[in-house]
Ligand binder design. Structure first.
Ligand SMILES: Nc1nc2c(ncn2[C@@H]2O[C@H](COP(=O)(O)OP(=O)(O)OP(=O)(O)O)[C@@H](O)[C@H]2O)c(=O)[nH]1
Ligand SMILES: [Mg+2]
Length: 225
């Protein structure tokens, strides 16, 4: 890489860090918890958000939907009584802290902000959004080697969801292997085996969210400072 390209990349990353700090400050001041939901295309990110909104009727929720183009996910979420905003990234394969900054500023008075990142397991890794928690959702239909092939995103996750487990037998996926791979990469993450269509694993997910919301409400501050 040329020196000018390296400098541009360093500036970009510094700028992202600066906006991530700003975003964290906004969240702290608003007393909201933000969750960055990452995962491959079609792994179940939007369905996870839909189910979460349905199950947390007593929580004030905001949803930021990142997509390269179009508003299909936004149309799904805007049916619910939540504050939803879509962000199209154009050619970019990830959200960044600057892209969500103005939207976050508008989202006051909320307890929980769910951010759907652009579908893939590579690009979002380097871009801290200022979120409090990082969630990675993969599905068995991506192949049971999907975890070992994308180590970095799993290393940084607070929660790892292995979704569509009800389909495992039809695609010859070994769910336990996926869980072992995830644990090898990340000793601390909460790992949840899930099937959103069968409502499996959702209780554990909601319990996790209620836990972090209580902590945030009790301490009046966000968790990753
Ligand atoms: N059988 C089964 N289907 C699921 C499950 N979770 C999601 N789906 C289906 O998988 C497809 C993709 O789900 P979405 O929630 O749109 O996935 P996404 O990750 O938001 O996809 P992108 O936004 O395109 O990256 C939809 O048809 C869902 O109904 C699951 O646990 N089991
Ligand atoms: Mg989606």
């Amino acid at each position: 890489m040329h020196r000018i390209e390296i400098e541009a990349e360093i500036n970009l990353m510094n700028e992202n860090r600066r906006y991530a700090r700003e975003n964290r400050k906004i969240l702290r001041e608003n007393g909201a918890v933000a969750v960055n939901i990452m995962g491959a295309i079609g792994s179940g990110k939007t369905l996870l958000i839909e189910k979460t909104v349905e199950m947390l009727g007593d929580v004030k929720i905001g949803v930021i939907l990142g997509d390269v183009v179009c508003s299909a996910d936004y149309s799904r979420i805007s049916k619910y009584d939540v504050c939803a905003r879509a962000i199209n990234t154009g050619k970019e394969c990830h959200l960044d802290a600057h892209l969500i900054h103005e939207t976050l500023k508008m989202m006051s008075g909320l307890d929980l902000i769910l951010i759907e990142n652009v579908g893939n397991l590579v690009c979002p890794v380097d871009f801290d959004l200022g979120e409090n928690f990082r969630v990675v959702i993969v599905s068995v239909t991506e192949g049971d080697d999907v975890v070992e092939k994308h180590p970095e995103i799993f290393r940084l996750a607070d929660v790892i969801i292995i979704n569509k487990i009800g389909l495992a037998e039809y695609v010859d996926a070994d769910v336990d292997k996926m869980e072992r791979d995830a644990r090898k990469l990340n000793e601390k993450a909460k790992i949840i085996k899930m099937d959103l269509k069968l409502n499996a694993g959702l209780g554990e997910w909601i319990e996790f969210l209620r836990g972090v919301l209580d902590v945030s409400r009790n301490s009046g501050r966000s968790c990753r400072t």
